[in-house]
Design a protein. Structure first.
Length: 401
């Protein structure tokens, strides 16, 4: 049994602040819009959908209490559709897709909707608490640091300077702007309106196409105070004394933006597609997870990609296009160097530095992005991988059919 991707949609990514374009939209409405789109685009009898699996990193308040089932109810899906909310930090959206694929491959489900949501303008990151966020004893015992310090640690350890990071970031903005101008996202984008029908957003809000390495070079480091004054540098250097000094080279312009967004995919076996007249767009070839050292935290994409490639019987040269989440510029640069990946195949339409990282939704968004681009370029094999808080990595390989 194999798992196939029948469709993928996403909302635009809106600024994740009270003045963001989608800040007036309740999370359940934002997510339900993707449910509506999947149903309407595919003339889908929702009684055939067995489950809704939704990733969300801060599952509290308006996006808590099983937002997956809530969105299915809001969208008018059949009462028989179940729902579950999952949290693997930044990997949550892709984890939801992989869970759906595992159900299908095992023969325990025929058709599932899976994706993710994060309304960062309405539910603040880390507002759910927990030992990794606010348990000082746990943090000190295990040498945990904020992700920005981890990113600066990677840059310091592997020798990426500020200019390299800012050049990469400027390229992300340039490529994202070009992709929008050429309509590369048009197949999957779902414009969002207010309940009264007023148009709110039909394009990713955070792209700054005029960004250059020079203009980004004027921004102040974002994590220097955390590192030097609060003491996280010292904590990181206890684990990595060979680094000697942490250079604070990441800032708002070469790190992922805080945004709102939702994404959804339709995953099923071949038989259900034939029965209801849907043609699969791709199949999921391999999925992998890994844990990594939790202080440096963000090095998961390379080792987990190696695991996925081994499962698929492939090497990195077999991957036509790669989506590596741009949590921070150093993460992607390190992935490319570690894997020997061709930069011309990585994040060809920009990434989260330009368009934003709606935590729980990003993995599912990247899956749709790589699928659309494989079709546009008439290529076959795509990879999606993300670094993950706490020291993890996730990867999925898809192949067009």
């Amino acid at each position: 049994m194999e798992a196939y991707i029948y469709d993928a949609v996403r909302t635009p990514r809106g600024k994740g602040k009270p003045d963001g374009a989608m800040a007036s939209v309740r999370p359940v409405e934002l997510l339900a819009a993707t449910f509506n789109a999947i149903r309407d685009r595919n003339s889908l009898d929702t009684s055939l959908v067995e489950d809704a699996i939704i990733g969300c990193v801060t599952p509290v308040k308006e996006q808590g209490a099983n937002i997956a089932k809530a969105a299915a109810i809001e969208a008018g899906y059949a009462e028989t559709v179940a729902g579950v909310q999952v949290n693997r930090f930044c990997a949550s959206g892709l984890e939801a897709v992989n869970m759906a694929a595992a159900y299908v491959v095992s023969g325990q489900a025929d058709l599932i909707v899976a994706g993710g949501l994060e309304s960062m303008s309405r539910v603040s990151i880390a507002s759910d608490g927990g030992p990794m966020y606010d348990d000082r004893e746990f943090i000190m015992k295990h040498g945990l640091v904020p992700q920005g310090i981890s990113a600066d640690l990677i840059a310091s350890k592997y020798g990426y300077d500020r200019r390299q990071l800012d050049t990469f970031a400027a390229d992300s903005h340039r490529k994202a702007a070009q992709a929008w101008d050429e309509g590369r996202f048009s197949r999957s984008i779902l414009p969002i309106s207010h309940v009264d029908g007023t148009a709110l957003l039909d394009r990713d809000q955070m792209i700054r196409p005029t960004s250059t390495a020079d203009t980004l070079g004027e921004l102040r480091p974002a994590f220097q105070k955390l590192g030097e004054e609060i003491g996280f540098n010292m904590l990181a250097l206890k684990k990595y004394p060979e680094v000697g000094k942490i250079n604070h080279v990441h800032h708002a312009g070469n790190s992922s933006a805080i945004v709102d967004g939702a994404a959804l995919t339709l995953i099923g076996n071949r038989e259900v597609g034939q029965r209801i007249g849907l043609r699969p767009r791709a199949r999921i070839r391999a999925m992998a997870l890994t844990g990594t050292e939790p202080t440096i935290m963000l090095l998961g994409p390379a080792p987990v990609t190696r695991k996925a490639l081994k499962k698929a019987g492939m090497n990195i040269a077999d991957i036509d296009l790669m989506e590596v989440n741009e949590a921070f510029a150093a993460v992607v640069l390190r992935f490319m160097d570690d894997m020997g990946a061709d930069p011309s195949r990585v994040n060809v339409n920009g990434g989260a530095i330009a368009m934003g990282h709606p935590l729980g939704a990003t993995g599912a968004m990247l899956l749709g992005t790589v699928l659309d681009e494989l079709e546009r370029q008439d290529k076959q094999v795509g990879l999606v991988t993300l670094c993950v808080g706490g020291g993890m990595g996730i990867a999925t390989i898809i192949e067009r059919v």
